[in-house]
Design a protein around this ligand. Structure first.
Ligand SMILES: [Zn+2]
Length: 322
């Protein structure tokens, strides 16, 4: 799952004006300071609660084969002269080796938009990877659908974790908390690849092993209407929507997590920046994370991911495949 933002408005606090503690009366500015201090402590507590773990043993058994992904990508690239299969670097963990694959789609017409699709930052969230691979197949079958969009697809950002069905990389690093420090090879490779490139849209495919319904993250965005419309469509298809979590640090409302821009700077400052936080600050104004609950059928999760990607692409106009 993506990072959790702080929504100060969820904190219990007086509605307006001054407030009292015991017999003392505090001004609005003092109140703001107290709220900020409280937020600080809670964020610090949250920050310590997530992150990394001990490295994994060398003999951890594989659950999936990256060869299968490579075979599928090679077949797709061979079937379309508009697709190019590249590697942005290699992940090596003992005897395990895998390229960090990049698929580039060059449209028929001059590209008016550039879009980045990524998946598999967390290895135990397989529907995202499967959905990205499905999308690459779709580009092969129907290249005219997106006639003016150049796509960069990173279908498997954390191949060792995916092969072993775990959240972290081999060193126990949560790659999705490493986009300030870049201790993880996977994060460093993505950073090197995207530095200096602007995108019109970035879609990040995740899953939530503890979730019970679909939800989506938006970052530093004024209006939640696009995401709310997506959630409505997914709901009308009969799929569950993640219940509202109106806690201090987590706020899922009607299937949308609205991460404020200041929260991303906070994550950067506390050196826990996620992939999408980083993208929003450096590479695109329109960045979204799609989350599906791993407890329901894979085929249903794939429909939700596909629906989300189509919705976001439709914002790019006629060439967006709408
Ligand atoms: Zn995730």
């Amino acid at each position: 799952m993506g990072f959790y933002s702080l929504h100060v408005e969820d904190s219990p606090q007086p509605a307006t004006g001054s407030f009292n503690i015991g017999t003392r009366r505090f001004s609005p500015s003092a109140r703001a300071l107290v709220v900020a201090g409280l937020a600080w402590c809670l964020l610090l507590a949250w920050g310590c609660a997530s992150g990394h773990q001990d490295p994994f043993p060398d003999d951890l058994p594989e659950k999936r084969s990256v060869r299968d992904v490579e075979d599928r990508l090679r077949r797709a690239a061979a079937a379309s002269d508009r697709l190019t299969l590249r590697s942005i670097g290699k992940v090596t963990c003992g005897r395990f080796q895998a390229p960090l694959w990049l698929v580039v789609f060059s449209p028929e017409k001059a590209a008016r938009h550039r879009v980045l699709i990524d998946a598999g930052v967390h290895g135990n969230e397989p529907a995202g990877v499967e959905s990205a691979l499905d999308f690459i197949d779709e580009l092969t079958r129907n290249p005219g659908r997106y006639e003016n969009i150049e796509f960069h697809v990173l279908p498997l950002v954390n191949p060792w974790a995916w092969a072993h069905d775990v959240r972290y990389n081999k060193d126990g690093i949560d790659v999705n908390r490493d986009f300030s420090s870049f201790h993880a090879r996977e994060a460093a490779l993505v950073d090197r690849f995207v530095t200096g490139t602007r995108y019109d849209l970035i879609v990040d495919h995740h899953e939530d092993p503890e979730g019970s319904g679909f939800y989506v993250w938006q970052y530093g965005r004024d209006d939640p209407a696009l995401c709310r419309g997506l959630v409505d469509r997914v709901s009308k298809l009969g799929y569950p929507i993640e219940p509202d979590k109106r806690k201090v640090l987590i706020s899922t409302r009607q299937g949308v997590v609205d991460a404020p821009l200041w929260g991303l700077y906070w994550m950067k400052w506390t050196r826990r920046l996620s992939l999408t936080n980083y993208f929003r600050l450096n590479n695109a104004d329109a960045v979204f994370t799609v989350e599906t609950p791993t407890r329901i059928n894979l085929s249903d999760r794939l429909i939700m991911h596909d629906q989300a990607r189509r919705t976001f692409l439709s914002t790019l106009g006629p060439g967006g495949g709408s």
